[in-house]
Design a protein around this ligand. Structure first.
Ligand code: GLV
Ligand code: MN
Ligand code: MN
Length: 412
């Protein structure tokens, strides 16, 4: 008896498409800038839609601009879905998001090449504004899709220049008419680069992602009084810049004190008037803190609130805070995680269970259907950086695990 040969994806096609997509919005230093709903995002979306059409997928676009490429199944059963996001941070890499969509498309192309039909439909999607780098919160398209944010609220969200997401969506012609949440899948699987150091360090090819840490984003603004840097005594200053700097140090120290999984980042600082010899009258900073344990995350939030009040009182400034995103930790579906694990084993790939440190669309889809994720290693654990890199073998391995995991569910 001849052993049955497992289908595998076409590695060359996948890698070529990854490099072609990375040219859209390419930056001089080898990175990619496709901020959500900019012209570059439109170029990326157009590229993906053309590929979906070439693969004979039925393309639908919903009211928040999420794109769905649908491959029919033999039966009219709930589909199995995969996908990720085409947008990037301001100077991101080639794989964050792009890999998940193109690996999904590669699965479809492989099935088409081999004339493999599935019982359930398979859908590849590209979600709007996952990064949240231009419009907050992050994972917005999948959040609206899963019913966690009102469509109108999302559409009226402004970027730093006061442009609304709705206007920008219309401008790039991705304001579709499919109602958000119209298709409720049987399951969702997202393949993504790890964006951290664990798989590389342990020389493991496949991460079976079973949970994802909670995320808390806030903006803090201190209002003080501008004054002359040379003549204003240190006593009695209303230095908004000092408050922001002290808060930044405090947040960093707090993460050390909490230890374990607590991470903290001050990603944006703006001083006004931002002049060397003027005490700042306004300082704006953003705080990103994350933890797998929601109780500890809440405690960190409370301590930061207290510190903001203390700093404002001692420096005679006022403060205002605004929540930009707040998501509880997520536990993915154990059955879907097991399917991924079993397929990694069947493909002879090394694997381990793990937690996602980053936010993902899968986190939102888990609100409406059984969901889990597949990770592949990130070189030096670097992401949100032009140096983001994953070896070709690992990209192909992740796509093959996706192929077989989707097949398992699509043929149930
Ligand atoms: C999304 O990339 C996030 O985790 O910030
Ligand atoms: Mn991503
Ligand atoms: Mn990202």
């Amino acid at each position: 008896m001849t052993p049955t040969v497992k289908p595998v994806v076409n590695d060359k096609r996948l890698l070529t498409r990854l490099s072609d997509l990375a040219k859209l919005g390419a930056t001089k230093d080898g990175g990619v800038c496709r901020l959500a709903l900019t012209d570059n995002d439109r170029l990326g979306r157009d590229f993906l839609v053309a590929l979906m059409q070439d693969a004979n997928l039925h393309v639908r676009i919903d009211q928040i601009g999420n794109i769905f490429g649908i491959r029919r199944g033999q039966k009219d059963l709930p589909a199995v879905m995969t996908g990720s996001h085409p947008d990037t941070v301001r100077n991101g890499g080639k794989y964050d998001g792009a890999y998940g969509i193109l690996a999904g498309l590669e699965v479809i192309e492989t099935l088409n090449d081999l004339n493999i039909e599935t019982i359930r439909p398979i859908i590849v999607c590209a979600f709007t504004n996952e990064e949240g780098a231009r419009f907050h919160p992050d994972m917005m398209g999948s959040l609206v899709y899963a019913g966690g944010l009102e469509l109108d609220t999302a559409l009226s969200t402004c970027d730093a220049n006061g442009l609304t997401l709705g206007q920008e969506l219309k401008k790039i012609a991705y304001d579709g008419d499919m109602p958000c949440g119209d298709i409720v899948p049987r399951a969702f699987i997202e393949v993504h680069i790890e964006q951290g150091p664990i798989l590389e360090r342990e020389e493991i090819q496949i991460g079976v992602v079973e949970n994802l840490q909670g995320i808390s984003w806030q903006e803090v603004i201190f209002h003080g009084q501008a004054n002359h840097a040379g003549t204003t005594p240190m006593q009695g200053r209303k230095d908004a810049g000092f408050c922001a700097a002290a808060l930044a140090v405090y947040v960093r120290e707090l993460s050390g004190e909490f230890g374990g999984n607590q991470v903290a980042t001050i990603g944006e600082i703006e001083l006004t008037p931002n002049v060397i010899n003027v005490v700042p009258n306004r300082a704006r900073i953003t705080i990103d803190i994350r933890n797998t344990d929601n109780a500890i995350l809440c405690l960190a939030e409370q301590q930061i609130k207290k510190k903001i009040e203390e700093l404002a009182a001692s420096e005679n400034t006022t403060s205002e805070t605004r929540v930009l995103a707040r998501f509880d930790p997520v536990l993915f579906d154990q059955d879907i995680a097991s399917i991924i694990e079993e397929n990694a084993i069947a493909l002879n790939l090394s694997h381990r269970r793990m937690t996602s440190g980053a936010g993902h669309d899968a986190q939102m889809m888990s609100r409406i259907c059984p969901t889990a994720m597949i990770f592949v290693p990130s070189k030096d654990g670097i992401s949100h950086n032009p140096r983001e890199h994953t070896d070709a073998d690992d990209l192909v391995a992740g796509a093959n695990v996706l192929l077989h995991s989707l097949l398992t569910i699509a043929n149930e």
